[in-house]
Design a protein around this ligand. Sequence first.
Ligand SMILES: [Zn+2]
Length: 466
Amino acid sequence: MPSLDPAVAAQLDATAETRIASLLEFLRIPSISALSEHAGDVRRAADWIVAELTRIGFEHAEVCETPWHPVVYADWLHAEGAPTVIVYCHYDVQPVDPIELWETAPFDPFVRDGRVIGRGSADDKGQLHMHLRAAEALFATRGGLPVNLRIVFEGEEESTSASLPGWLEANRFRLGADAVVISDTGFFEGNIPAITETLRGMLYTQIDVSGTPTDLHSGSYGGVVENPANALAQIIATLKDRDGRILIPGFYDDVLALDAKAKERMAVLPFDGDAYRESIQCGPLQGEAGYTVLQRTWARPTLDVNGLWSGFQGEGSKTIIPAHAHAKVSMRLVANQDPADLFPKFVAHVRAVCPPGVSVDVQLLGMGNPVRTATDHPVTLAAGRALEATFGRAPVFIGAGGSIPVAEMFVRQLALPVILLGFANPDDHAHAPNESMVLANYETGIRTIAMLWDILGHEGAGSSRG
Ligand SMILES: [Zn+2]
């Protein structure tokens, strides 16, 4: 078992107080990317990071302009023969609503009962700060890093990362690397160290059913004219069967079946179905027959109506046949499904089942590819060893039911292996009131990161381009 360089450990032990002060200072900047009145704060956070990167010892630290919020870039490329790793985190945060549910001001962070409480503490400014401090400890004790690092810190992650694809494309020349380490995920339930190996993709659509130009009297026309709301209900009923199986022809063609290894990795995870149900206060769990809850959430695609509206929605009754009806329908996808391939299949199915008498249109609202990381990649293996050495137990490999679009961008645009090494705790309330980060995860995670760079510096990452 490797252990953390004693000099680095001593540096970290001696700087605990200033480290927390710096974290709180960073969290005080209300870098909410979604709200235009905070655009100046997002930029202030970027400036703050660039000053830190420069002070620590990175080179070429720069606030890079994009059409919206800036990207922060920096590098240090003097570890000859060692691998080059891109580190991605984001410094923007979610809005704070509903503000009345916060016990304290979201941008007045503090430490209590072993947690740092404040917006961004876990997602993702706290994790970004961990990378700064790990690098700082290495620079301070050795004057350099054991690996080559390229820093890419984004300011739009919570607002769809609209500028990032263009920025990655334009900066290809300085993004050569062996792998990307993304720290924007978390541990498994019970605060068990974890590496995320799969992310689901997304196909987001809107179905619009139109009947007559205006609403009609349902007494005069009911039973004669097709009702768009009834028609939409019929369409939706054909999308999925009672066993949770999606009925769009060809939908499962490219789904990668779970192999024995992946099943085994999920089977060993402590999962308590009753506690799960209790935590979300739902009825009996539903889903695709023949799969466990974790398999359904991480490794199987699904389809959900996310919004549904038509006709009269006010108080009391109003007897109409509505002129139109709408549904937002999204599909979570898994490897190797391709949303661009599935969208026409979805449209063809909806058109085919739409009752005569009304017309239907399907809009494409969003797409993202699923991501499957390489669990046997040298950087993944090194991250696993660093986690085990610092947290005292080997990480579990987990999936995420949601998506991290940036992970998919690095894979698709730069063809780089991505390692999802995150330190948030499952109960940290990311995106919600009273967001917090477990202080022990923050502190130990800094040591994990420092150790990861050391292991890679010694052992390489498979195909060094240092
Ligand atoms: Zn995040």
